[in-house]
Design a protein around this ligand. Sequence first.
Ligand code: UDP
Ligand code: LCN
Length: 806
Amino acid sequence: MSELFQAVLDSEEKSDLRSFVSELRQQDKKYLLRNDILNVYSEYCSKYQKSETFCTTSDLGKLIYYTQEIIQEDSNFCFIIRSKIASQEIYWLTSDLSVEPMTVQELLDLRDRLVNKFQPNEGDLLELDFGPFYDYTPVIRDPKNIGKGVQFLNRYLSSKIFQDSKQLLESLLNFLRLHQYNGVQLLVNDRIQSQQQLSQQVKKAITFVSDRPNEEPYEDFRFQLQTMGFEPGWGNTAQRVRDTLNILDELIDSPDPQTLEAFISRVPMIFRIVLVSAHGWFGQEGVLGRPDTGGQVVYVLDQAKSLEKQLQEDALLAGLEKLNVQPKVIILTRLIPNSDGTLCNQRLEKVHGTENAWILRVPLREFNPNMTQNWISRFEFWPYLETYAIDSERELLAEFQGRPDLIVGNYTDGNLVAFLLARRMKVTQCNVAHALEKSKYLFSNLYWQDLEDKYHFSLQFTADLIAMNAANFVISSTYQEIVGTTDSVGQYESYKCFTMPELYHVVNGIELFSPKFNVVPPGVNENYYFPYSQTQDRVESDRQRLAETLFTLEDPIQIFGKLDDPSKRPLFSMARLDRIKNLTGLAECYGKSQELQEHCNLILVAGKLRVEESGDNEERDEIIRLYQIIDEYNLHGKIRWLGVRLSKTDSGEIYRVIADHQGIFVQPALFEAFGLTILEAMVSGIPTFATQFGGPLEIIQDKVNGFYINPTNLEETATKIVDFVTKCEQNPNYWGEISQRAIDRVYSTYTWKIHTTKLLSLARIYGFWNFTSKENREDLLRYIEALFYLIYKPRAQQLLEQHKYR
Ligand code: UDP
Ligand code: LCN
């Protein structure tokens, strides 16, 4: 039994537990989440006049602190206790205070009973368990190392080389033999036939290059190396070749994790990358701010540019200049024939500022043209993905003149397409979630049937399970995206065990301790987003035009509101108008605080101004709500709402203009997976107040380079901002100090250079790992395929039938 439960039951606190349980019985809710539990406990503490110390430090207090959920059935309770990150224990507490452990299956049955969907006949429901497939792969032990998969894998692989050097080095040799560029053999040729020969020849080659001047170009001694068994790819100069060979020599003689990583990171094996971002309006202009089109597009576009640059640098350093290597990055997205003035109906578009990065748009197969000719919400996109992947494979093979070396999926749909493509083409698959919807919508799995018409979560969650398990590696923007924090469950963690009543039970949906998980945060595009003080890079006419747009321009088509006093400090936010972004919450917080209104104007860049212009349910609801709040709190004269679609250049300059006015950026989302606007605001030098729920908790260090807010507590949020403003008014340097620290934070931790170097290093290591262990994955992939064909496909087909009549 849980030590905490035991401690409570064995002490005087047993009677406190009894009284607390009786409080629980009074609740209307039968399913309490952590916040509800803490509220009941705090009420209990005040009702029974418990001391502060008792409430927090008693065993009962600790038990409550770690309890994530309590479910009541009759007069009994199920407690889900998460005293450690990424692990949960389940207990059944009966009315006479006896405690029994519960199995995951019992918990899922209980949840089903709660919503009257219990299947009484054993065996009626499919049970999904991915656990056994991870039994033979190494797993991380300490939860704090979750997300550092590659470090772990390097340690594991190098120790295997150490223990079983013959087999792994043989494997390494075969791996090195594999690499070619446009039919030209790289690294080693047929002269090296065994690992002993490899070892001998490496030493010989080191002696040979050591006698040459450091800077001598590789081409000058290429043929001598060739006769020793070495082809291009070791370096561009004698020094670089020597270094690479030395690293390999060390790896063969005394393998250690750093040497393995250093060596594999130099292997020229990635030249062609596909980034799949299937659903949205993917373009370079005029697409951001639409309901499904936000950070993912920004992320993928910037990542493509940065990857291409890094691949070029790597190819040069590897000595491949004469092979005329042209790394290519393709962003694969859907072609939208009715493209609303964007280029989304164009098959191929070059990514600005690159030599060989492209947006390749593949249309959906013609079905009901009302659907396939237009934008389709991400919640409705599922039926088209399989044929889309098949068509895309053909187009990609033609564009690359061969197979890609890495496929990166984005969001559930892109990850599913990445899985289908990677499976067909036998390529390394990487997943990026951006935001997993399951944790965004409360109880979305338990009540999936009620939500199905609108959201089709049965397809989305099945696709998530498929893609995250199939991926060779997953990159997440934060640690908590994987396993949350001490008091909140991670996004991936929420797939560990859950019920989809009457569809399936997931008893082990993902191995969170798998080394496949790696935290690699994105950066910010420094050409567009840079500090306001970098005046030499700013265009004065843009500054003036955007200042006017923000504060004074009268343009009722795109701008709502006229400010009584445009010189007040701007409280600024920019986001898509969806419910979770909670701009309406920010407006309400501002509306309720007279003090905030006295000090600041509220300026929002958000979606559209008119319901009739929106095709999205949530956006429409938010528009209506925002107008209601403005009227209810009479915010006329204090608020500006810009329903504009900004170009990249303008969106960068807008932040800087806000910073010129010593403004504040607020990100009030109810949950934010990462939050690129936070990076953009911070690098521009705006002190930023961001939600404490999600990624911002890792981006910002509270009160050092920004501030956390709890967007559900409007009064506290307003007070925090007012306190900051007051402090700035008292101390003229304060705003500048926070501003500078925000800038420093981004440059030290969130750049695309850091991101792509890490990503490419991961791709190489996982490529090697995949090569050495591939036979172990086939059973997992077969299981996943069964899930795809037996669950996903029939449901997608049903949805397609519904689309016939749209
Ligand atoms: N954005 C924009 N115009 C808008 C709303 C958002 O240009 O009206 C951009 C914003 O600058 C940022 C991205 O869209 O680059 C939003 O990314 P974030 O990660 O903050 O949120 P998401 O929309 O992906 O949930
Ligand atoms: C999706 C989100 O919801 C944001 O939190 C991220 O910043 C964005 O994607 C980019 O990853």
